[in-house]
Design a protein around this ligand. Structure first.
Ligand code: F2R
Ligand code: MG
Ligand code: MG
Length: 349
C-alpha cells in the first residue's frame, strides 16, 4: 500500500539526514567500490557502535534552519532564515561547509546588514555560487507549501541567500520540486515524473538571467533540461555503468552536477539492481547507489534520500540506520510539525 502523507513527510526529512550522515564517509572519493559501500552499510547493523555515531554535516545543519524558519515565519522571512544560517554556522563552523559560502555566512551574522541577499551576490567576482548548497537544504520547502508555484518561488528565494547564480537557485527549485512530486506519489509513474520536472525547468530556464548565466558558463541554453533529458535516456537503457552515470550527469559539488544525478539515483533504484543486496528495499538501494558514485556523496545521497524517503515513507527506513545517524529524531520532529502546518488552510496568492 502507498504510504500515508505523514509517513512520506517523515521519510523525506529522515531520508535526507541519513543520506548526509551515511554519505559523509565517501565525500570527495574518486572511486568507491560497491563492496566498500556495502561494508559501510552493514556496519550500521552493529548494535555495539552506539547511537548517532555518524555525524551530520552542513547539509543537515542548513536544512534544519530552513525548516525551523518556515515553521515560525510562514510563508518566508529572509531575515529570519539568514539569521538562523549565520547563528548555526557560528555555533558549529566545522560541519564541512563549502569554502565560498563561509564568507557569506560570516557577513550574514552582521547586525548592520540591511539587504540579506547582498553577500551572496558578490560571491565569485559577482557571478554568485553555482554550488549545491541551496539544493541540499531545499526539502523543507516541499513540505511547507502545497502549490508547485510556491514550492518553486520560495525554494529559489531560500537558496538566493547564499547562491545568487541561477544554476545554484534553480538547482534548489528542481530538488524541492522532485520532493514535492514524490510526496504526491508521482514516482509511481517514473516517465511522467521526469517529464513534469522537464516542463517545470523549461519555464524556469527561459528566464533572461538563467539564459545569461548558462551562456557565461559555456553551458547549453537549458542546462537542467538537457541533464534531465539525459536522465530519461539513461532510464531507458537496460544497463548503465557507474562511469556512464558520472560522465553523463556528474557527481560534483555544482548543483548542475549533482541534483539531476540524485534524481537519477532514485529513479534507477525504483527496481532491484544487480550488485545490491536483495533484502534492500527502495530507500536502502537509493542510498547505497548514491554512495557508489563517489564525488559529493553526502549531498547526492542527502538529496536522493529526501526524494526517496518521500516516496517510500518512514517505515521503509531500517531502525538500525536511523539509530546510527545524528539528528534523526530532530528531523522527524520537524517533519511532523511541517505536516501539521501543511494540514492547515493555506492562503492562495
Ligand atoms: N564543502 C564540502 N565538502 C568539501 C570540504 C569539506 C570540509 N572542508 C572538510 O574537509 O571537512 N561540502 C559541502 O559543500 C557543498 C555545498 O557547498 P555550497 O554551500 O554550495 O558552497 P559554495 O562555497 O558556495 O560552493 C561550493 C564550491 O563550488 C565552487 N563554485 C561555486 N560557484 C562557483 C563559481 N561561480 N565559480 C567558480 N567556482 C564556484 C567553489 O569551489 C565552491 O567552493 C556540499 O557538498 C556540502 O556537503
Ligand atoms: Mg556536507
Ligand atoms: Mg557534500
Amino acid at each position: 500500500a502507498a504510504p500515508v502523507m505523514l509517513s512520506r513527510f517523515r521519510g523525506a526529512l529522515v531520508g535526507s539526514v541519513l543520506g548526509d550522515c551515511i554519505g559523509g564517509e565517501f565525500e570527495g572519493a574518486v572511486d568507491v567500490p560497491l563492496d566498500r559501500v556495502l561494508q559501510h552499510l552493514s556496519a550500521l547493523d552493529d548494535d555495539t557502535r552506539g547511537e548517532g555515531i555518524l555525524q551530520y554535516s552542513d547539509d543537515t545543519a542548513m536544512m534544519r534552519c530552513v525548516a525551523e524558519s518556515l515553521l515560525t515565519r510562514m510563508p518566508f522571512d529572509e531575515h529570519d532564515m539568514a539569521r538562523r544560517f549565520a547563528k548555526e554556522f557560528n555555533f558549529a563552523p566545522g560541519r564541512g561547509y563549502g569554502s565560498g559560502v563561509i564568507q557569506v555566512l560570516r557577513k550574514l551574522a552582521s547586525p548592520h546588514l540591511k539587504d540579506v541577499f547582498q553577500p551572496a551576490q558578490v560571491q565569485f567576482g559577482g557571478r554568485g555560487s553555482f554550488g549545491n548548497g541551496g539544493a541540499m537544504r531545499a526539502a523543507p520547502f516541499a513540505l511547507a507549501f502545497r502549490s508547485r508555484a510556491d514550492v518553486c518561488k520560495y525554494s529559489r528565494l531560500g537558496a538566493m541567500l547564499t547562491h545568487s547564480c541561477s544554476l545554484g537557485y534553480n538547482g534548489a527549485a528542481l530538488q524541492a520540486l522532485a520532493v514535492h512530486l514524490s510526496l504526491q506519489g508521482a514516482l509511481a509513474l517514473p516517465k511522467e515524473f521526469i517529464n513534469k520536472l522537464i516542463s517545470e525547468m523549461e519555464e524556469m530556464e527561459k528566464d533572461e538571467t538563467a539564459q545569461h548565466d548558462a551562456k557565461a558558463l559555456n553551458l547549453s541554453e537549458f542546462p537542467y533540461c538537457s541533464r534531465l533529458h539525459r536522465v530519461k535516456e539513461l532510464m531507458d537503457r537496460n544497463s548503465v555503468s557507474i562511469e556512464e552515470v558520472i560522465s553523463e550527469l556528474g557527481n560534483g559539488i555544482a548543483a548542475l552536477q549533482s541534483v539531476p544525478t540524485a534524481i537519477f539515483c532514485v529513479l534507477h533504484c525504483l527496481e532491484p539492481r544487480a550488485g545490491l543486496p536483495e533484502k534492500f528495499r527502495g530507500l536502502e538501494r537509493t542510498i547505497a547507489y548514491s554512495l557508489a558514485l563517489g564525488g559529493d556523496t553526502d549531498t547526492i545521497a542527502c538529496m536522493a534520500g529526501a526524494i526517496a524517503g518521500a516516496h517510500y515513507g518512514i517505515d521503509s527506513i531500517p531502525q538500525s540506520w536511523q539509530k546510527s545517524c545524528e539528528g534523526v529524531e530532530e528531523a522527524d520532529d520537524l517533519a511532523r510539525r511541517l505536516y501539521d502546518l501543511y494540514c492547515l488552510p493555506q492562503s492562495e496568492e
